[in-house]
Design a protein around this ligand. Structure first.
Ligand code: PEP
Ligand code: MG
Length: 580
């Protein structure tokens, strides 16, 4: 049994069979063969070994010609290893006697060899292990080239263990079969983490390297509540976690009963509970959890799942689907927020040293006005039939906001000229997710209809901590007093000017913050659908005066640790069975 500590990004526990999705995207599961497939599979292995050997030989000759024989020796060693009769016997035996697939056999046998090298001291031994991995990858590429199994084509329940998953890969996971995932890299605020929460599957990121320690098909436990991953768990651990899964089901059933009850505090204050979505299909999850509407539709996910830029009609179809599904409830559609960790399939600058500080979000939209205008036209057209608002992301200064509004006016003029019907009076708002936007809010209030606080980026830009970097993950926290002060400033300024303000960052889907946010004056929450019942339960269990007292106390604290401790203590007092 081996335990790995990572970063908890999506709660819950999953126990199941692992599939590995390594650096190059291979999926290796312990697929068993039927008896009469064995000869064909051995032939497939023969072909893969022959193709890999040919490739290595070509490389060897090329390097020998260009650099000399001593540099080509490495390839001779690879060839020798690949064609080692002992390895071949072992692989044949696994396929013939145990009916393992060639992919699984190759992976299992070579990883065992690599482990032996890794357990020996010295750089040369580490290099030998790397050589073995290199051969494994090469062989798998040939095997899987013949039978490529994508993540989207799973047919049984699995847990994905990956070096990395991009937000679009994560968005394409099918939660019917993918019951959880772990990635070696990634941080707490990454969009991969956000999508995991939206899919409502346990996920842990940033464990550091471990894929060489595990083979596809082995049992793994993902503890998304504590950021733990357990490889080769013993029976007692599996039993303990199964018990936990059953308890979580009980809590979920309890929360289910809140669905149709309003989010009203003990002293009668009504709280609006909205949901965050990435795809139209998620509206259903929001409604099932009793949401009052959609507070953030991350429309950029349409770009992430398309090979080319979506057309106006494709945008429109998605937006209309959302509007139809919400059935009259309000929807805030955010304009494209691409760049940084959300990379679409069309050309983007690839030499950015600091992509989170670079051409991302509204900056990218304003640089590619044609693309932006297409999206805005679709939003304006969709807005005709529903209770819909438009929101611009990552606004850092007034000029940027005015430019975005100008493109919106242009889109209106174009639509008029083209004879389309659209919503002329659509409300326009902005995200407050950069400290400069908070500091300048007394100016912004004059130019927008509403605000939404994006804590995911606000934390990143205020504390200068990359939201997707595991090495600084401990600094990435909404408990930092600086963040709470900025939230207070934003809510107060909006309140003084009677401008509606909500929050759609992950912080407001975390029950530990519900009381302090209520105390700071927040009355509209927009959270991942799975979190809505828990947040509602906290709202229904507290009074505003109690929350205001807590907020005043918290704001005088000096460190994130003190804030977290105080918030945890207070929540446990109110809801002793709430996991925190
Ligand atoms: C945020 O930054 O808090 C936010 C909601 O936007 P995103 O997570 O999509 O960057
Ligand atoms: Mg953001």
């Amino acid at each position: 049994m081996q335990r790995l500590q990572g970063i908890a990004v999506s709660p819950g526990v999953a126990i199941g069979e692992a599939v590995i999705f390594g650096n190059e995207g291979f999926r290796i599961s312990r697929r068993f063969l039927s008896r009469n497939a064995v000869n064909d599979e051995i032939r497939r292995l023969d072909e893969a070994i022959a193709a890999a050997a040919k490739e290595i030989d070509v490389n060897r000759q090329r390097v020998a010609e260009q650099l000399g024989d001593e540099y080509a020796a490495i390839f001779s060693a690879h060839l020798q290893m690949l064609q080692d009769p002992k390895l071949r016997d072992e692989l044949d035996q696994m396929i013939r006697d145990r009916h393992y697939s060639p992919e699984y056999s190759v992976s299992r046998a070579l990883r065992r060899y690599a482990k032996v090298f890794l357990s020996l001291e010295g750089d040369t031994m580490a290099e030998r292990a790397n050589d073995v991995f290199d051969i494994e990858k090469r062989l798998l590429r040939h095997l899987l080239g013949q039978r490529r199994e994508g993540l989207g084509e799973l047919t049984s329940e699995v847990l994905i263990l990956a070096h990395n998953l991009t937000p679009s890969e994560t968005a394409n996971l099918n939660p019917e079969f993918v019951k959880g995932f772990v990635t070696e890299i990634g941080g707490p605020g990454s969009h991969t983490a956000i999508v995991a929460e939206a899919l409502d599957i346990p996920a842990v990121v940033g464990t550091g390297p471990f894929l060489t320690e595990v083979s596809g098909g082995e049992t793994v436990i993902i503890d998304g509540d504590h950021g733990l991953v357990i490889l080769q768990p013993d029976e007692e651990t599996v039993a303990r976690y199964r018990h936990e899964v059953a308890e979580q089901r009980d809590l979920a059933a309890k929360l289910e009963t809140l669905r149709d009850l309003p989010a009203v505090t003990l002293d009668g204050e009504h709280v609006t509970m909205l949901g965050n979505i990435e795809f139209p299909g998620e509206v259903k999850h929001c409604r099932e959890r009793g949401a009052d509407g959609i507070g953030l539709y991350r429309t950029e996910f349409l770009f992430l799942t398309h090979e080319v830029q979506p057309s106006e009609e494709e945008h429109l179809a998605a937006y209309r689907e959302v509007i139809e599904a919400v059935d009259g409830q309000p929807v805030v559609m955010r304009t494209l927020d691409l760049g940084a960790d959300k990379i679409p399939n069309f050309p983007m600058p690839d030499d950015e040293r600091n992509p989170f500080l670079g051409l991302r979000s509204i900056r990218l939209a304003l640089k590619h006005v044609d693309m932006f205008r297409i999206q805005l036209r679709a939003m304006l057209r969709a807005g005709l039939g529903g209770n819909m608002k438009i929101m611009f992301p990552l606004i850092t200064n007034l000029i940027e906001l005015r430019r975005a509004k100008m493109v919106l006016s242009d889109a209106m003029e174009d639509l008029e000229e083209d004879g389309f019907e659209f919503n002329r009076d659509i409300e326009v708002g902005m995200m407050v997710e950069v400290p400069s936007a908070v500091l300048m809010m007394d100016h912004f209030v004059e130019e927008v209809d509403f605000f939404s606080i994006g804590t995911n980026d606000l934390i990143q830009y205020t504390l200068a901590v990359d939201r997707s970097n595991k090495d600084v993950a401990s600094l990435y926290t909404g408990s930092d007093p600086a963040i709470l002060r900025l939230i207070q400033m934003a809510i107060d300024t909006a309140g003084q000017h009677n401008k509606p303000i909500s929050m759609c960052g992950q912080m407001c889907g975390n029950p530990i913050y519900t009381m302090v946010l209520l105390g700071l004056g927040l009355r509209t929450f927009s959270a991942v659908p799975a979190a809505i019942p828990e947040i509602k339960r906290v709202c229904r269990s507290v009074s505003i005066s109690q929350c205001q007292e807590l907020a005043a106390r918290i704001l005088s604290l000096e460190s994130a640790r003190d804030v977290r401790t105080a918030l945890r203590e207070e929540l446990i007092k109110v809801l002793p069975d709430q996991p925190v």
